[in-house]
Design a protein around this ligand. Structure first.
Ligand code: GRF
Length: 252
């Protein structure tokens, strides 16, 4: 069987990326990583890719956002972008959100995503994994990447979705006083951490656990869960079924 070709995006330390690299090298995963991209030029995880000669690239989101703040005309959108259509599709901002804020968000993110797409085009990949990539995507990017029956963008989230979407899942779980925490691997859709769930693992939060304990327990499970879920995709075991109008992951 052909190996699944994985593109990976990271923002930080890349310990999940390392777990996937290790699983590929140990043949626990019938896959290979063909590129690692990042929004953050200082992402430590880039060194993990370099160490095993995986090509890397950077799309500097912060630079694009800064340039827009200084001069809105400095950021241009690709010709094929239907901005109004993207605003209609998106569900990251509620209806009635401040238009300037929404425009600034989508213009800068689409410009960054166009750059990502340009760089990703150099590689043939089957799925795109978000291994600690701390940016949400607009429908422009998602529709460019999803070109088949199954979605192709897979994320790992540090909480038991649909509880605690957003950037700080373990902290939100801990602060809420939950007695169980966990992590979730899911497909990306137009919302924030709202796409179909592929897999989850949970752990007990003991009375004397600190936030650091919770993060450690969670990360240990992330490193197992992510490769396991990617392997399900590689083995073509995943399908989507519509339940109450919403796509839900089922297994073959
Ligand atoms: C992980 O907890 C992941 O769930 C979250 O960000 C963290 C990234 O860690 N999205 P790393 O960069 O993989 O070490």
């Amino acid at each position: 069987m052909n190996k699944l070709k994985i593109g990976a995006l990271i923002s930080g330390g890349g310990s999940n990326l390392q777990a996937i690299i290790d699983a590929c090298l140990a043949s626990e995963l019938s896959a290979e990583i063909v590129f690692v991209g990042t929004d953050n030029p200082d992402a430590k995880g880039l060194q993990r890719a370099d160490a095993v000669s995986i090509p890397t690239f950077v799309t500097d989101y912060s630079k694009i956002i800064k340039s827009y703040r200084e001069n809105v005309d400095s950021v241009t959108l690709p010709d094929d972008v239907d901005f109004e259509e993207i605003l209609k599709k998106q569900s990251l901002f509620p209806e009635g959100a401040e238009p300037d804020k929404v425009n600034a968000f989508f213009k800068t993110r689409i410009a960054a995503e166009a750059d990502l797409i340009e760089k990703m085009k150099l590689y043939k990949f089957d799925i795109l994994v978000l291994a600690g990539f701390m940016r949400t995507f607009t429908p422009y990017f998602i529709d460019e990447v999803n070109n088949g029956e199954l979605p192709r963008i897979i994320n790992i989230h540090p909480a038991l979705l649909p509880s605690f979407p957003g950037v700080d899942g373990y902290k939100d779980t801990y602060d809420y006083g939950c007695k169980v925490g966990g992590c979730t691997v899911h497909f990306i859709d137009y919302g924030e951490d709202s796409g179909p769930i592929i897999g989850q693992k949970s752990f007990t939060i003991e009375a004397d656990d600190t936030l650091d304990d919770v993060k450690k327990k969670g990360l240990d499970l992330e490193w197992q869960l992510f490769p396991e879920c990617i392997e399900l995709y590689a083995q073509a075991k995943i399908r989507l079924e519509l339940i109450n109008g919403k796509p839900v992951v089922k297994f073959n």
